[in-house]
Design a protein around this ligand. Structure first.
Ligand SMILES: [Ca+2]
Ligand SMILES: [Ca+2]
Length: 498
């Protein structure tokens, strides 16, 4: 197994196509030995993020919250003290910007914590000034919904209406009772949210937001109101920072996702994630390129300018290596597909060293393994790792010295993408001719450059005739052989041809 990279040299493709690295601060790097990752720890590892080739970081929630995951905020203008002070965070921003790394933070506005001062006020009485910050209903008006089981891609909650134990009034919380939904029909709530956006962009200096639960602002039967809200949000944020970056989580299929584009110029492509897994696990060569072409054409029909945020995993999914039968060859191929397809790829921390983890969520968010345990002074210990331990995952420092490690594979591929314009921003085209069933084939085209990319997802060697004009390999994974127009692809091998 040998990898070769021909091109090198920096380019700046973010946000259209550069790699964004998703960090869970809690599990990343603990700088002060209290067991919890922190901002100063991230600062120490910014050079690592650069080395990896990522151009931006998305931080999972950093604001005050009673839970370890912090998706239920109690103070929108704070940072969680476990992670450090606001001064530490501002220093992090400054250090990141010095290295040309953009910072995007998770913004959770669909709901707050039930410990948020607004909610504590809201539940006091019907005439409290904060009552209408949330969604309330009398029990008898929502009788039909009380035990209704609602299961969506992003929630397996069985009920949305919750009893605070104060009489006949129930409140709405889409995900769970600990996270009451804000009432976006109330203009005061919208003003509060815009002010919070202003605070982070103007006073703190972040580059943008990842918008959590973007399709749940209004209930499912009001999609048009959701689309309108995000257009208003975008306009307000662009008044403050014209180049603000907004990426939305609309956890659904393309028909539901695309209408959000005018308000949320970047959207996560969850179809990409699921189709990638299907393709690799079923050795179905053309499934993903066809799907991806369909999605991009569909988006194009809605708006000509959008950012397709592609993902191979994130903090809500089982670790990618687990999803792929723990097969290292398939795993390396998954990232080769992600990083040779169009889009703005997101890389979840730890995937570059092959971290493992299955649900519950805590275990797909385990501490990063920087070095072998006895030398790993920065490893977080807030949780006892069940899946990613020294016995199961090779720590980064060890991987750095192995040219065939996951880390070097990711690093080489990202470097190739960053230095190859057609790979970063070229159009996606499918070939007219057909190839063996296990072969994924597509080209990436920009001006006079055309790259042909072939992946054999199968476990048997295949031989194919490639289209004319491609003569030289610029990246290889696994066993491949090109002789004239005859290309031999070993099991789980990939090649990029120029
Ligand atoms: Ca710490
Ligand atoms: Ca909502």
């Amino acid at each position: 197994m040998e990898e070769e990279v021909a091109f090198k040299g920096p380019q700046n493709y973010w946000p259209q196509a550069g790699v964004t690295y998703e960090i869970f601060v809690q599990s990343f790097y603990d700088s002060n030995g209290d067991g919890i990752g922190d901002f100063n720890g991230v600062i120490e590892k910014l050079d690592y993020v650069s080395e990896l080739g990522a151009e931006a970081i998305w931080f999972m929630p950093i604001m005050e919250s009673p839970t370890y995951h912090k998706y239920d905020v109690t103070d929108y203008k704070s940072v969680h003290p476990d992670y450090g002070s606001m001064e530490d965070f501002k220093r992090l921003l400054e250090e990141a910007h010095k290295r040309d790394i953009k910072i995007v933070i998770d913004m959770i506005i669909n709901h707050t914590s039930n410990q948020h001062p607004w909610f504590l006020e809201s539940k006091k009485s019907r005439d409290n000034p904060y009552r209408d910050y949330y969604v309330w209903a009398q029990k008898d008006t929502i009788a039909d919904f009380l035990d209704k089981k609602v299961i969506t891609l992003d929630s397996d909650n069985i009920r949305q209406w919750h009893d605070p134990g104060l009489g006949e009034d129930y409140y709405y919380g889409f995900f769970w009772g600990g996270m009451p939904d804000l009432n976006f029909d109330n203009p005061k709530v919208r003003e509060e949210i815009y002010e919070i956006g202003r605070f982070w962009l103007e006073e703190v200096g972040v580059d943008g937001f990842r918008l959590d639960a973007a399709k749940h602002i209004f209930p499912d039967d009001r999609p048009l109101d959701n689309h309108e809200f995000w257009k208003e949000f975008r306009a307000k944020m662009e008044e403050i920072k014209p180049d603000v970056y907004l990426v939305g989580e609309v956890y659904d299929k393309k028909e539901v996702v695309a209408p959000y584009l005018p308000g949320l110029p970047a959207l996560f492509n969850f179809d990409f994630h699921y189709t990638l897994l299907d393709a690799l696990n079923n050795q179905d060569g053309m499934l993903l390129p066809k799907k991806q072409k369909e999605i991009l054409d569909f988006y194009q029909g809605i708006t000509p300018s959008f950012i397709d945020a592609t993902i191979s995993s994130n903090h809500d999914q089982p670790r990618l290596l687990n999803e792929l039968g723990s097969d290292p060859a398939v795993y390396k191929q998954a990232s080769t597909v992600l990083l040779t397809m169009p889009g703005a790829p997101y890389l979840y921390y730890g995937e570059e060293i092959g971290m493992l983890g299955l649900k519950p969520d805590e275990n797909i968010r385990e501490p990063f393994l920087w070095d072998v345990e006895e030398k790993d002074t920065g490893r977080a210990t807030w949780i006892d790792a069940e899946y990613s331990t020294d016995e199961t995952v090779t720590p980064l420092e060890v991987q750095k010295n192995d040219p065939n490690s996951y880390f070097n594979h990711y690093k080489n591929l990202i470097a190739l993408r960053n230095s190859t314009p057609a790979l970063a921003i070229g159009d996606l085209e499918l070939f007219e001719q057909s190839f063996p069933e296990s072969v994924m084939a597509y080209s990436r085209n920009l001006e006079n450059t055309s790259l042909a990319i072939f992946h054999n997802l199968g476990k048997e060697e295949v031989v194919l005739n490639i289209p004319e004009g491609y003569v030289e390999s610029i990246f290889k994974l696994g066993n491949t052989k090109l002789e004239g127009s005859s290309l031999t692809l070993g099991p789980n091998s990939s090649i990029v041809l120029n």
